[in-house]
Write a protein that binds this ligand. Structure first.
Ligand code: NI
Length: 167
């Protein structure tokens, strides 16, 4: 297992849309295990392949119930989202920024595992949060994109209330 260099925003690879993994073999298993090592040594709880410069749809997520293993999802697709929750997020590729982010509370995700088998996971809370954050990375979306949206709404609210007061 090798530790890989984590790409830092505004590295352009973080904005690229990742390509679908056509088949799962030795190369993918090696990349996934290197990503797990990289994530752990950086004290992260999730990592997406673009964060190590690889534009392929692979994410790894810490398995909190089993510290010796990590969940590896290949070509993850979130097929169902439910509820809404607020959670403070950060990102290994965006140092020194954390923010409360609103996302669906629970999800159903379909993916391939490291054997190339189709899997389907229904989960909520922390795990759903991390899977959504990492899946965003595969489409070039960073959590800071979602902060801007919230701040914009706040700014808009301020402006509109100011306008109201000036009446
Ligand atoms: Ni991230």
């Amino acid at each position: 297992m090798a530790k890989l260099a984590i790409r830092i925003y505004p590295d352009r690879v973080l904005r690229k849309k990742s390509s679908t993994v056509k088949s799962v073999g030795e190369e993918e298993r090696r990349l996934a295990s290197d990503m797990v090592k990289t994530m752990r040594s950086a004290n992260g709880v999730g990592l997406a392949a673009p964060q190590v410069g690889v534009s392929r749809r692979i994410i790894v997520v810490d398995d909190l119930e089993n510290s010796s293993s990590a969940l590896v999802l290949i070509n993850p697709v979130i097929i169902k989202k439910k509820g809404r929750s607020r959670f403070c997020e950060g990102c290994l590729s965006v140092p020194n920024i954390t923010s409360d982010i609103l996302r669906p509370e629970s999800i159903i995700v379909e993916a391939l595992n490291l054997d190339g088998d189709k899997i389907k996971i229904g989960t909520g809370g922390f795990l759903a949060r991390v899977i959504q954050h990492e899946t965003d990375h595969l489409d070039g979306i960073l959590f800071i994109d979602r902060i801007v949206f919230l701040k914009r709404r706040k700014i808009f609210k301020k402006i509109s209330s100011k306008v109201c007061m000036e009446l």
